[in-house]
Structures are given as structure tokens and as C-alpha cells.
Design a binder for this molecule. Structure first.
Ligand code: S3P
Length: 441
């Protein structure tokens, strides 16, 4: 996406009750990993429920450029992997679009392969820090030439065989954890990641599914995750559950639009991802979990969400890693709650697809909400259920989650909320607009 090209603004109009039964697309994090590990297994893996968003398709394109065969087969996707250690040198730059996850995980994968690669991305991705993966991967022997500030466009050269490391994560980041573990797969010896603050554990769960002997132990409250390479991955069939981050937009929408009663089926409820649902419950949301089950090694539920009067709370910063992508939409819920919501410890939000604290403070103000931006969070004075006055167009800064959060605000507004572009939504939730029409009908 080109940040400078003019895009038509879109106005999200006020809505009556949201009703019906929907399914959101597959989990973005799990989809990336299913493709990556499938490409590293020797033989054919089959994936059902893969998210066909632009971010995941960027991962698929890069893996194809390095020799994996990845194709849609009816409703499923099949991946014919090349095995660990035998990726091919790509011809041409790897275009990562808007996707930080594709970039950082692939950098990890390439770090222990004898491959030289160039990574490029859109204007949003080209501002995001890559130093956090460059640092540990350099210790493993890879070399990097990033743009000034440690960003994309970037050239890297992997080292084969790479050097195993023990790495303590300085930031709570599943992407950094996964990058180091991916590099470890083709590194002789034991690679260990020490995680003081738990982050999403899809990499650990799925590597075991692909037959990797992963050791996880807790030492003084920190998680030590080790694998001994080189590892063989055996192909595997994967069912990707619905994305709890995508479901959150509909859960908040149904919570704030009076009269709503909406069922969202097949939502992943991994405890490292379910923070938004725990916080909404603390705010008084009426969200019932039904049909708890396990799919592809991940907990899954159906959610029934009914409108409720929400109350403002102080959000415990310790829950942030389990809902790191859901703060923009939580801010919408907070703006409709009774009383003040305080969030702290959210510096990481400033280096997501946009600076989500500044972007959301500006967007909420344009829509008529009262917010105060702090260095590490937002303070939001809720309206006590009174709809947003509405307005815009708000700037989405190429950030899908800003666009969808403000869409939700528009549903609970007097005059609608306009966003500068809905194009970014396709990175993670290609049928968002269709589902919105469906639940509003
Ligand atoms: C992701 C990890 C998180 C999250 C991102 C997806 C992943 O990023 O924000 O959307 O799939 O590993 P960080 O690792 O930067 O926290």
C-alpha cells in the first residue's frame, strides 16, 4: 500500500442492534506459523481455515520464492515443504507489505540459512524497529544492512551453520521469541529463549505438532524454551481457529450497540491471547463462552455477546501482552463506558502498524470522545453509554486495527464516523465489511 496515494474515505453509519451468528477468519498468528513450519517440513501439510489476508499471503509469497509449494486446494491450503536447511536463494526482494510478523519471523528463518535476501515493505512497516530481531540474530552469525534507524528496506545474509545462543527477551515479543526459535531449527546445538513475561505461545504449540522436541521449563518465574538443532519437521494437518483479535471488533460492537445479541463461533481462546475478553468481563460486558473445545492444539469457544452497560476500569498493565493488538478496540469500549478507564504500560503500542496511542487519541477526539494521551497509555472519560457524536475522516495511518476500531465507533455514533481508507483492513480481515453488513441487517 502506498501511503501517499489518495484513497476514498468511508463513513461507518450508526447501527441498530447487531444480531445473528458469524465466524471470523482464521487466526493471523497461527496462519503465518502454519505456512512457515509447513514450508520447513519435508512433505505435504494441509491447512484448513487459513487466513487469506494480505499479511499471510506475503508470508506465503516469500516462502514460495524460497522453494516451497503453497497452493489453495478447494477450501484448504496445501504446503509442500522443502525441509530445514534447504531453502533456496530468492530472486528479487521479499515484499512484506504491511506485515511485521512476516518480516521478523522470516528474518529468523533466513538467519541460519546460507541465503542473502532483501526485505521491503510499505510506508508503515518501513518505520517499524527491526533492531529487536537484528540483535539476537546477529549473535547467531547473520549479518544485516538495515536502513538508518534499523528499519526496512534491509539486506541480510544468513550463516549456515549458525551459532546457538541463549537469549533473554528484553521486550515482551512473540515475534522476537519466534524469530530466534526459527533460526534455532537449522542451528547445530541448543538454542534457548528466556521469556520473563509470557507472550502468545503459538510457535511452541505448533512446533511440537510438527514433531520438534521442544523443552519448556519455568525458572524463577521466567519461561525457558529450548530446542536442539538441526531439527526435522514432519508434515502435519492444521486447523486454524478463528482469530480472537478479529472477533474482538464484533464483541465490542455488540457490547456497545443497544439491543445487540450476537454469536461469534469458533474463536481461539488461547490464554496468551484472551486478555480483551477478561478485561471486557471486568468492565461488565455480557459475553458468554460456550462449547469450549480444543482444535489443532488451541482452546476454542463460541461467544454469545449481548449489549451491556460497561463501566470504566484501571487496566492491569500485566495483562497487556495477552491483548496487545486489542487496545484500539478496548479504547472504543472505554469511551462508551460509565466512568474513566486508565491504561498504562503500553509503550509497545507506539511501534505497531502505527503509533496506536497517538493515532487512537486523535481518532477518538475527532469522533467526539474525551481522551488524554500519556506517555504509556490513554486515559478515557467514558460517555456512560451516550453514542459518539461522530465525525472524521480519521487518519488510519495504514493501520487495519485503527480502521476497524473506528468502524465500531461509527456503529455507536449519532452521525457516523468516517475513516480515510478501509484498504488496510484487508491485511488481517478481508471480509470485515461483508460481516458487518450481515450483523447489521
Ligand atoms: C504477533 C505478535 C505480536 C502482535 C502481532 C502478531 C505474532 O507482536 O502484535 O500482531 O504473530 O507473533 P509483538 O511480538 O511485536 O508483540
Amino acid at each position: 500500500m502506498d501511503a501517499n496515494s489518495p484513497k476514498p474515505a468511508h463513513r461507518f453509519v450508526p447501527s441498530g442492534p447487531l444480531t445473528g451468528t458469524i465466524r471470523v477468519p482464521g487466526d493471523k498468528s497461527i496462519s503465518h506459523r502454519a505456512l512457515l513450519f509447513g514450508a520447513l517440513a519435508l512433505g505435504r501439510s494441509r491447512i484448513s481455515g487459513l487466513l487469506e489476508g494480505e499479511d499471510v499471503l506475503a508470508t506465503a509469497a516469500a516462502l514460495r520464492a524460497m522453494g516451497a509449494k503453497i497452493e489453495r486446494d478447494g477450501e484448504d491450503w496445501v504446503v509442500d515443504g522443502v525441509g530445514v536447511g534447504t531453502l533456496l536463494q530468492p530472486h528479487g526482494a521479499l515484499d512484506m507489505g504491511n506485515s511485521g510478523t512476516s518480516t521478523r519471523l522470516l528474518m529468523g528463518l533466513l538467519a541460519s540459512h546460507g541465503i542473502t535476501a532483501a526485505f521491503t515493505g510499505d510506508a508503515s512497516l518501513s518505520k517499524r524497529p527491526m533492531g529487536r530481531v537484528i540483535e539476537p540474530l546477529s549473535r547467531m552469525g547473520a549479518t544485516f544492512t538495515p536502513s538508518p534507524g534499523g528499519t526496512l528496506p534491509l539486506m541480510m545474509e544468513g550463516l549456515q551453520p549458525a551459532i546457538p545462543i541463549e537469549y533473554r527477551l528484553p521486550v515482551a515479543s512473540a515475534q522476537v521469541k519466534s524469530a530466534v526459535l526459527l533460526a534455532g531449527l537449522n542451528t547445530p546445538g541448543t538454542t534457548t529463549v528466556i521469556e520473563p513475561v509470557p507472550t502468545r505461545d503459538h510457535t511452541e504449540r505448533m512446533l511440537r505438532g510438527f514433531g520438534v522436541d521442544l523443552h519448556v521449563e519455568e525458572v524463577n518465574g521466567a519461561k525457558h524454551i529450548s530446542l536442539t538443532g538441526p531439527c526435522d519437521l514432519r508434515p502435519c494437518d492444521i486447523e486454524v481457529p478463528g482469530d480472537p483479535s478479529s472477533a474482538a471488533f464484533f464483541a465490542v460492537a455488540a457490547s456497545i450497540v443497544p439491543g445487540s445479541d450476537l454469536v461469534i463461533e469458533n474463536v481461539g481462546m488461547n490464554p496468551t491471547r484472551d486478555g480483551i475478553y477478561r478485561v471486557l468481563a471486568q468492565m461488565g460486558a455480557n459475553i458468554e463462552k460456550r462449547n469450549e473445545r480444543t482444535i489443532g492444539g488451541e482452546p476454542v469457544v463460541d461467544l454469545r455477546v449481548r449489549h451491556a452497560e460497561l463501566k470504566g476500569i484501571e487496566v492491569d498493565p500485566a495483562i497487556a501482552p495477552a491483548m496487545i493488538d486489542e487496545f484500539p478496540v478496548l479504547f472504543i469500549a472505554a469511551a462508551m463506558a460509565q466512568g474513566t478507564t486508565v491504561t498504562t504500560g503500553l509503550e509497545e503500542l507506539r511501534v505497531k502498524e502505527s503509533d496506536r496511542l497517538t493515532a487512537m487519541a486523535a481518532a477518538l477526539a475527532l469522533a467526539g470522545a474525551q481522551t488524554e494521551e500519556r506517555a504509556d497509555g490513554l486515559l478515557i472519560h467514558g460517555s456512560g453509554g451516550k453514542p459518539f457524536s461522530g465525525g472524521g475522516p480519521v487518519r488510519t495511518h495504514l493501520d487495519h486495527r485503527i480502521a476497524m476500531s473506528m468502524a465500531v465507533a461509527g456503529l455507536a455514533s449519532e452521525s457516523g464516523v468516517a475513516v480515510d481508507s478501509i484498504d488496510p483492513i484487508a491485511t488481517s480481515f478481508p471480509n470485515f465489511m461483508e460481516l458487518l453488513d450481515e450483523v447489521m441487517a
